[in-house]
Design a protein around this ligand. Sequence first.
Ligand code: N01
Length: 539
Amino acid sequence: MTNANDNLAGADADFDAVVVGAGFAGMYMLYRLREQGLRVRVLEAGGSVGGTWYWNRYPGARVDTETMFYSYQFSNELQQEWEWTQRYPSQEELHAYAKHVTDRFELWPDIQFDSPVAKAIWSEEQQYWSVETADGAQITASYCVMATGCLSAVNTPKFKGLENFSGAVHHTARWPEVGVDFTGQHVAVIGTGSSGVQSIPVFAEQAAQLTVFQRTGNYVIPAHNRGLDPAEVAEIKADYPALRAKASASFSGNYFPVGGPSAVAVSEEERNREYESRWEVGGLAFMAAYADFMTSEEANETASEFIRNKIRGIVKDPATAELLAPKQLFMCKRLCVGTDYYETYNRDNVSLVDVSEAAIDEILPEGVRVGETVYEVDAIVFATGFDAMTGALKRIDIRGVENASLRDLWEDGPRAYLGLAISKFPNMFMITGPGSPSVLTNMIPSIEQHVDWITDCLADMRARGVSRIEPEADAQEEWVAHVNEIADLSMRSTCSSWYLGSNVEGKTRVFMPYIGGFPAYVRKCDEIASAGYTGFSFR
Ligand code: N01
């Protein structure tokens, strides 16, 4: 048998490709590369597959994208045979799905668990990557694919005195596998993004007292989660490829009912009817009500005020309602989807502390101090999110040609070509990297598109007998300029959010994802490939 490695760089390498991460991106990358006959090793930090859906085990964790469309479509057999039980399945169900896919495609033998990658060093002499795990073990591979996730590097703000806290400290994204029992306890939650929004109502059911520390109030649309109706599932499955194609043709890669072009071009009555019906249906489709939420402040304000009024209607204490009512533009931060989120603040055992102006001063052994007030608690939950998009990559010591350090090169924000590859880092690819639509889209179709593009590119290279690929610096700069230019056209880049890195102390503010929409991005990637991979240099 011809070794698939024949035409690859670094023929002496242990593997043709090393993939970092066994989340949904790494799993599919492994499948596609192996299908091409490549020898692949996946290095995964966690103890199982699933990435996000392995780590985010906090109570209440569930996807907020309709799962019939937030799932793999590369195998029609898989999408036909797998039975989702809920509109928004729980973390457990998503993790079970990840394990099923790993079983079904026999991926397990090529994945090495509990192996966090610490270094990835390019050898110009050997023409391969040397990838080192935290325990010092090394493997070499011609290609390195970073499937490290956009929201995987945990962000824990460095509060003064945290080390002296006498109780338990947890982060939602590193929840103990055995669970945590808060029965009878006084619990603090810091953070009210998606993770806080999902977990706060569940903690409130168990804890004796829950104190939520909110820096920014968020827009939360009700999930109206429910069991999936078999007839509805059958209908979707009967037409799955066409419906998937329809979703991929939409701006965010989601299967949302498309609304009108402008919220201000219709009467208030009509607009409120539209908002009311989307509120009743629930979920992220609220964003698609009108197309000008991110370009017209006036349009945006209509949706913002509609939701604020909903909050005022739900939350009985007017002062708490006003605190919860978001001040920033709707959709500027990632929209949240919740179950009984605002209702939870009507409970006697839940209180909300505003830390937007007077920040948390310190953590004392007995609790959290804000100004003169000490909130005594037995446990603190950090729902403080992630060092998004770049964190997982920058935490690895990645060195390219002439020992170029990715950390240093990205000091002032990420620079990558199409969010897929980086100049000075030959034979390295990223899946849903910064500069690609990634987090602004339905993640699984975005992952599949990147994996397919990388696989086709490597197959093309082998067919042409070239073994080394690297983006040209000029093409990369042009792409980065384009990503920034269109981000500036959208109001989405104007408020503090993790899209810009504002949630991480000291991080340079740059709007990291590509905001031009999934279809435009896919077209661009396809054009580049059809034209012989313009903007890349080969050897
Ligand atoms: O993290 P976040 P997340 N003092 O960054 C606050 C996806 N996701 O884990 O907004 C006080 O959104 C911070 O305040 P502020 C989804 O894409 C999906 O909740 O920076 N507070 C914010 O309130 C989501 O957007 C799902 O002012 C501090 C919170 O911590 C993304 O992951 C579920 C603070 C962090 O919110 C991240 O969500 C979960 C400080 N020093 C996550 N530092 C679903 O599919 C930070 N905060 C449903």
